[in-house]
Design a protein around this ligand. Structure first.
Ligand SMILES: [Fe+2]
Ligand SMILES: [Fe+2]
Length: 320
């Protein structure tokens, strides 16, 4: 059998990708959570709001020595932070990346089928904001946490610092796109930590489960979009994207200890600084807590790991 030429192979890939995305787009009406009933907004004050094992300092003796009421407040703050991370991802990363596609700033995605699925994704993300903002409002009211302010996430800060570091006019767009791809692949795993959890507030579980349902489709969508735009990038842009992708994984996996210190101090938790500084010594990035195999697989599929820069960047980041 004759081997396919690279051009022909790319054309076949693009067709397969377009068919898959068109199929996902057509199923949106049945799949999207915005078209279903909203979760029941009843609140059970007896149930904890969050899982202790998701607090980055839960093993610390100073945390374990706290009284039960303070621990409940810290758990409620953990839930608020968890939701605010979703808000930051939607507002600062995914929605702006979708807008870049709709404004035709992303090579390879300036076509109607990409725009259709991106518009659906934006509707989903707006609905997720409604879900998590409702949940946070109720939690703040029931736990008397209306005064807690959540500072900027290291995920967003590090992405913005990287955007400011480069001179090429396309660099900020590609940094955001890389972070959006990583976030959209990771977020279902992030949400899975709570979506089946019976011990917590039923409303919280239902909120996360509804969100995750949409995100399972989004991770496929962003993987396919990546296949399409990566092929259309210039060689300088490809190298840049390959080097940014592993950085985005590290930003997502950051344990957000500075943010936690700020919130624990707002809650008046004793020895908060000591607790957080001890955790910082262990490690700032919890790569063991996120499943990054999907991003590595994607990098392999699109050919990033076949390039010298891509392979070196993933190795430097200790991801392969
Ligand atoms: Fe979302
Ligand atoms: Fe999403």
């Amino acid at each position: 059998m004759q081997a396919m030429t690279p051009n022909r192979q790319h054309a076949n890939e693009a067709n397969r990708s377009m068919e898959l995305l068109t199929r996902i787009a057509k199923g949106w009406g049945q799949r999207a959570q915005v078209k279903q009933h909203e979760p029941d907004l009843r609140y059970d004050p007896e149930r904890p709001d969050f899982l202790e094992k998701l607090l980055p300092f839960h093993m610390h003796p100073l945390y374990q020595a706290l009284d039960e009421h303070t621990k409940r407040q810290v758990l409620a703050a953990g839930w608020i932070i968890y939701n605010e991370k979703t808000v930051a991802i939607e507002l600062e990363i995914v929605s702006p990346a979708c807008q870049d596609i709709l404004y035709e700033n992303v090579p390879g995605l300036d076509n109607e089928w990409a725009k259709e699925i991106v518009c659906e994704t934006l509707v989903d993300e707006a609905y997720h904001l409604l879900l998590v903002k409702n949940a946070n409002r109720l939690t703040r009211a029931h736990r008397d946490l209306g005064h807690i302010r959540v500072p900027q996430f290291a995920l967003v800060r590090q992405m913005q610092q990287e955007q400011a570091r480069h001179v090429a006019d396309w660099a900020p767009m590609l940094v955001r796109l890389s972070t959006a791809v990583v976030s959209e692949i990771f977020i279902s795993d992030y949400l899975h930590q709570l979506s089946d959890e019976d011990s917590i507030q039923p409303l919280n579980r239902a909120t996360v489960a509804a969100h995750r349902h949409d995100e399972l489709a989004h991770s496929k969508i962003f993987a396919e979009l990546t296949r399409n735009f990566y092929q259309a990038l210039s060689s300088a842009q490809r190298s840049f994207f390959a080097e940014t992708l592993p950085k985005s994984i590290h930003w997502f996996a950051d344990k957000e200890l500075d943010l936690w210190l700020d919130v624990l101090q707002q809650l008046g938790v004793r020895h908060a600084r000591e607790m957080i500084e001890d955790c910082r010594e262990v490690n700032q990035v919890a790569l063991d807590r996120v499943d990054y195999s999907g991003v590595v697989r994607l990098a392999e599929d699109v050919g990033i790991l076949d390039t010298r820069e891509g392979l070196a960047a993933f190795q430097r980041a200790a991801l392969i």
